[in-house]
Design a protein around this ligand. Sequence first.
Ligand code: SAM
Length: 268
Amino acid sequence: MVASRVLVRKVSRMDEMLLANRTAWDKAYQAQQLHAYDEMSAEAATGVTLVASERELLRDILTARPVVVHPQSDNGQDDIALVQAGAREVIGVDYSETVVHAARRRADALGVACRYLIATVPGVPLLDGCADLVYTGKGALIWMPDIDAWAVEMARLVRPGGHLFLHEGHPATELWTWDLDEPRIRPDRSYFGRSFVCDDNSFPANGAVMWQWTLGQTVSAVIRAGLQVRCLEEYAEPFWRMGDIDAAAFRGRLPNTFALLARRPAAP
Ligand SMILES: C[S@@+](CC[C@H](N)C(=O)[O-])C[C@H]1O[C@@H](n2cnc3c(N)ncnc32)[C@H](O)[C@@H]1O
């Protein structure tokens, strides 16, 4: 009796945090989206957001004209780049109504094969095995309070023989300061921390709570979900620079991103 009451209280606290995060994202997008839309359309059309290492790792897969599902698709710039690089269709999924509407408007304006769903991850209303490729990352995992639930959802969406590709901020980056002269370790962070509140000067701010997953926890969750890891790479280049900042931590000595490519075994 006592145990179940404790569980109910814990679950509702988590729901509250997830709802608050969703509101934080939507507010941040509302503040940013409209004036940035034209600029992002132009950038999206160049495909510049799909970086060289991603193109290299995905080359063979994109050559086969995959159907791609992109959980946490943000403003859809990568979706356009994926279509330009060979994807037959990209289905973006994000829980922010504001950003999904903007991504949809841009895709329609450019006439690219991208469509969008407003939905929460996990729990995406798409059929099992609907994707040849699930493409995600660039600030996706830190919004997941349960790494196993995330990995099971990614594996569910991939068809047998298909792939999951994750290009993500390296979990160690949460430790670095963005000082210009030299990188320092933040006294308020631990590589093995569980969660923290988004800095006020970061995005989306608005008190959003983020969760940390070590590289080991992420890779193990993907394996537990039944996927076979084909490649795990670490890079010095961050996927994002707040205000184009040139922090010393970004100059080649420290890991700032990683990429993981995993395959769902083909059906027997
Ligand atoms: C930093 S962006 C991810 C970047 C994006 N993958 C890209 O390639 O540009 C994080 C996105 O995840 C979305 N998000 C966060 N938690 C989510 C959840 N549980 N379900 C769906 N979307 C979520 C946010 O609305 C936001 O658009």
